[in-house]
Design a protein around this ligand. Sequence first.
Ligand SMILES: [Zn+2]
Length: 349
Amino acid sequence: MTSAASAPPAAPALEYPFAAPPATGTWTEIADGVRWIRMPLPFALDHINLWLLRGPNGWTVVDSGFNAPPTRDAWAEILPHHAPLEQLVVTHYHPDHMGHAGWFVRTHGLPLTMTEAEYLTAHALYEGTSGYGPEALRAVYGVHGLAEETLVALEARPTSYRHVVTEPPRQFRRMMHGDALRLGDHDWRVIVGYGHSPEHASLYCEALKLVISGDMLLPKISTNVSVWSTQPEGDPVRQFLTSIRAYLDLPEDTLVLPSHGLPFRGIVPRVAQLTQHHEDRLAELLAACDQPRTAAEIVPVLFRRPLDTHQTFFAVGEAIAHLNHLMHRGKLTRMLGPDGVYRFAAHRT
Ligand SMILES: [Zn+2]
């Protein structure tokens, strides 16, 4: 991340009250009745944090883990210590959060609470309908200049949604921005954010001064902000940067429980870092577009390291997102070339 170097020298550092994460199959007590567990992920980003909340009627599970055998093994160690289970809440449809939702609902009989857009997106991706199928991805990524062999590799990757989530449930309880949910022993307020996924839910507990931020506020890495096949003209960078400002309304000593990395305090400096991070990337892109460039050509400007297929998928989506943002801000013009590929060029002043 480049933001640390560009942050003002006086910016306060983030504070990490827990030096290390719990080992797989164990937990760390964050507050009375609030437990932090970790599940493995088969990617460069190799873990996700999940949360268990104890209440009078049993445990609330927040997010469910990627659908792969190591996650199921970890749940087999965790669940005997957390009976009975009361309900499952999922922050958003991404497979590391949603992967075991269907399993919890069908095998354990838990009700599932989600936002409606996340629920419907999970179904659309699982079925490959509504513009979420592989052909739609090809249409969007192809017009942005991705080479044929890369498109073929993306289509063939084993991490496509259907392979990494259990079949999504057919019913859910809807949560909306501003709702108060009774989870465990406390009230939690739903904070919806945009730009990372369609209707991402974070959960804030005023009594405990905790916010389960999901992927919207992470301590070390910047949240993926991508253009998807269904909204090729979309501006998720604007949506994300607007959304994270909502966290500035929370008390400064709120402990952030993120889906990746360690719990931290320091919402104000982190929001500032992330905002600066995206502004830095946008400035780099704008400079690179002194000549017409495709999104595929821009990827190495944003990511100066070799990328595997999985990372390439997200990197191209991020490149298009940042180019779209500059286009919507009137900084770049997009042109469709005779080869059927979009190129972006800076306005000459
Ligand atoms: Zn996510």
